[in-house]
Design a protein around this ligand. Structure first.
Ligand code: RET
Length: 274
């Protein structure tokens, strides 16, 4: 064979971007943190009658889902490899190809599609949003997570990846709209202490949540960060968004009786009167 045909005989180079030791350790550590947080939140609910446990139930479920998802990822489940082909054109020789095989932990998106609606429910109930606005915020949120999952597996060099990402960002703006605009307007009907608390915890949520699409863009999108770096970044955000958020919410709920909501009906059915 002539020298020019050699490149096509050699296999294209493949860059394997996989989880390493630090990533694995981080996944296990966060699993344990989520487990402890779930136990603490469940224990905090024992001191209140069942009718008043809605925030406890929602918040404990959030960390339980996260613990399950982190167990999956730490043991090597809930992960797939995204095969990316990068084509390089040259002037006088045939195009060459580089391949990247990067792990995508899809278990995250399963976690987020269940936990972010529950986090929104916590905030919506605190603000006193009506059912219609809660439903729209949650549906926009689920669209955001699922289109984000499609973006994570989108092909390079087609509108797939960044197209899905853009759609997810629009859905995120709808979520923010419901939380920041409608939530803030609605919470004014509650006591000023509740309004102040909602302002703080919703502001915290907005900052933490907005870091997710930024991490995604740098790590998954542009692949400027290793898989381990991505795991560590999401670990920090997940701890802020779930255990820290939950502890703040439940501790404040315990000392601010104005945050109680009258659920009645199904929630208290058969639980006995006052
Ligand atoms: C993605 C990528 C596509 C664009 C956008 C995203 C937003 C994700 C968010 C995730 C929040 C997760 C939380 C987890 C709890 O622990 C899917 C990353 C907008 C906002 C709060």
């Amino acid at each position: 064979p002539s020298a020019t045909s050699l490149p096509s005989v050699l296999p294209d180079p493949v860059d394997h971007q996989l989880v390493g030791h630090d990533g694995k350790t981080t996944l296990w550590v966060v699993f344990v943190i989520m487990l402890i947080a779930s136990a603490v939140f469940a224990a905090m609910s024992w001191r209140v009658p069942v009718q008043k446990r809605l925030f406890h139930v929602i918040t404990t479920l959030i960390t339980i889902f996260a613990a399950i998802s982190y167990f999956a990822m730490a043991t090597g489940h809930g992960v797939s490899v995204n095969h990316i082909t990068l084509r390089e054109s040259h002037d006088h020789v045939p195009d060459t190809f580089t391949h990247i095989d990067r792990q995508v932990f899809w278990a995250r998106y399963v976690d987020w599609s269940l936990t972010t609606p529950l986090l929104l429910l916590d905030l919506s109930l605190l603000a006193g949003l009506n059912g219609a606005h809660i439903l729209m915020a949650i549906i926009a949120d689920v669209i955001m997570i699922l289109t984000g999952l499609f973006a994570a597996f989108g092909s390079e060099g087609t509108p797939q990846k960044w197209g899905w990402y853009a759609i997810a960002c629009v859905a995120y703006l709808v979520v923010i709209w419901h939380l920041a605009i409608n939530g803030r307007a609605q919470v004014k009907n509650k006591s000023s202490k509740v309004a102040t608390f909602f302002g703080s915890i919703a502001g915290f949520t907005l900052i933490v949540w907005t870091a997710y699409p930024i991490v995604w863009g740098i790590a998954d999108g542009a692949r400027k960060v290793s898989v381990d770096g991505e795991i560590i970044a999401y670990a920090v955000l997940d701890i802020l968004a779930k255990p820290v958020f939950g502890l703040w919410l439940l501790l404040t709920h315990a000392r601010l009786p104005e945050t109680n909501i009258d659920l009645g009906g199904f929630w208290s059915y058969g639980a006995g009167g006052e």
